[in-house]
Design a protein around this ligand. Structure first.
Ligand code: 2AM
Length: 177
């Protein structure tokens, strides 16, 4: 199974992000049902490791918190813009949750994530978009904000890659309490 741990976005954030869809020609937009905020990519694991991941995540105890969208940005690959994303307002509680998940998964023997946690929601692949159009879009949407909404759970997703969009399935929800 190919797994990742993420926040399944609360409805008001989905609505705000849905409003951005298809507003930049040449971009390959992520369908709204696939919007999420990755906390930890796990990758391909055998079923017994998936069970260990589940048990480790079930033991993560963090209080509910709130989250708000804030701004947009672009990731580069090989010096070229590749992905457009929405950011979230800096949140110690989100960092804390991510940290707890990272520690729990290292403890069961998964290799540590080397990349710095950069919370984002991927919106579109933009390798086919002119850099000028992309820069204009980012400038025009940089003030993206939402109200702070409650986050009450995190989710273990499986991902099936296909020719079109990947299919993400919420396998287990872990309530914050
Ligand atoms: P992305 O949205 O920035 O592409 C499912 O693939 C999720 O895991 C995506 O949100 C993806 O981030 C994230 N992810 C993190 N590390 C990954 C990796 N090495 N391979 C694929 N996806 C990864």
């Amino acid at each position: 199974m190919r797994l990742f741990v993420a926040l399944d976005l609360p409805w008001p954030l989905r609505e705000t992000l849905g409003g951005l869809l298809n507003s930049l020609s040449g971009a390959r937009w992520v369908p709204p049902e696939n919007h999420h905020l990755t906390l930890r990519f796990v990758g391909e694991v055998p079923p017994y490791v998936a069970d260990e991941v589940d048990a480790a995540l079930a033991a993560v105890k963090v209080r509910p918190f709130t989250l708000a969208l804030s701004g947009v940005g672009v990731f580069d690959r090989n010096g070229r813009p590749s992905a457009l994303w929405a950011g979230v307002a800096r949140s110690e509680q989100l960092d804390h949750l991510q940290n707890k998940i990272e520690t729990a998964l290292r403890r069961i023997g998964l290799p540590g994530e080397k990349r710095r946690f950069q919370p984002h929601i991927s919106l579109a692949r933009v390798d086919g978009v002119s850099e000028a159009a992309l820069a204009r879009w980012v400038q025009g949407h940089n003030l993206l904000r939402s109200d702070a909404v409650p986050v009450t759970s995190f989710t273990l997703f499986s991902s099936q890659l296909g020719k079109e969009q990947p299919v993400y399935t919420a396998e287990v929800d872990y309530e914050l309490a």
